[in-house]
Structures are given as C-alpha cells and as structure tokens.
Ligand binder design. Sequence first.
Ligand code: SF4
Length: 219
Amino acid sequence: MKKQQNNIDKIMKVLIRKYPSNERTTLNRMRKKPNAFKILISCLLSLRTQDKNTEIASKKLFAVAETPEAILKLPIKKLEKLIFSSGHYKKKARTLKSVCKEIIERFNGRVPSTKEELLSIKGVGPKTANIVMAFAFRKHVLPIDTHCHRIPNRLGWVKTKTPEETETELEKVLPRKYWREFNAIFVQFGQTICQPISPFCSKCPIAEYCPKIGVERSR
Ligand code: SF4
C-alpha cells in the first residue's frame, strides 16, 4: 500500500506539471465562473464527442439560450441546429429538453446539488452528476469518464470493470488533495497519450511507474 501511494504521488506530480490548469477542457475552464446550469448542459453535450465540439455547441447554444426556460422554449429543430456539432444532436436535443423541463418542474428552475437529486433527473448519469457537483458546487467527488476509468486500471491503482466501481475504489487510494484536478488531468492525458487502443507508451512521461496492465499494443 505504501509503495502504491508513493507511486501515485510521483505520477500525479509529473502529470500536474504536464497539464497546467490553463490548458484544461471546456468543462474544466467553466469552473472559474461556475454556473451549475451551463455546466450541466455542457456536460450533456460533451457525451461521446471531442472537447472542441463541446465548446462550439455550448457557445452557440448559450449565445441564444442560457436558462432552462429559454432552452425549453426553443423549437426542437432550432435546438438541434445549435448543438449539431456535438454529434448525436437529435438525441441530445431531446435530453436537453426533458432535463430543462424537470429542472423547472421539480427543482424550481435551479440545478440541484446532491447526487441523489441529480441522478433522479432522466438523462443525468453518475459522471454528469459528479461533474456538476465537483465543478459547480465544489464538492469533493471524482467524476469518472472513460479515461479516468481506463488509466488507473492500466496503472494498477484499481482493478475494476465499470466507472462506478472505479469511483468507489479510487476514493480509497487517491489522496483527496488530487481529487479536484484528477478528472481534468486524466482526460487530457487519455486523449493525447494514454489512448484507448494503442497508447503512446514510448513518449509517456510516467512510463517508468506504469505496469501497463491490460495493454496489448502500444506505440
Ligand atoms: S506507459 Fe503506456 S499504458 Fe502506462 S500510462 Fe503511459 S501511455 Fe498509458
């Protein structure tokens, strides 16, 4: 356990230096001036797409509508057009409409701050709920997406099958001082170096600490 802890500290220090906070993803940058509703909507737009697409779709949408009421009033075709660049735009438009409706009807127009309430909204999953709690309400939670699930398993920090299990196990081994930055750093690291199919182990800054668990092919 002590050896693993040492390894986590070393890895986090290297990655924090490599991915400074001013180069973070759209959602992470939104933490500077947190608006819970916009963070929730951008998070829903970010599902299954790249960060640059999330940013374009979020900007276009918020230029026209930035409240649940305003989004609910938008004709569905117009909403689809505004968020087109985020991909899966038809499904996402329907999700946005229903999420806005629930926020107005069940929460008086305000995004709730607890996990239970957030998860009770149809279309909001554990990762989105944790992003909102962490970025909008500054709660100590670990938003786990595909990168945050895959990389700790490759590093041997956890041995898990689902992002939900990873969240539970990471909470036990990752010191709390790293929780706030963990998602931002691992998303960038996963997009650029520790990629899903064939990671760039030859240029990885933490290769010396990594047992590469489950990695069959690398570059
Ligand atoms: S050495 Fe390879 S598998 Fe390990 S963290 Fe780096 S890129 Fe990922």
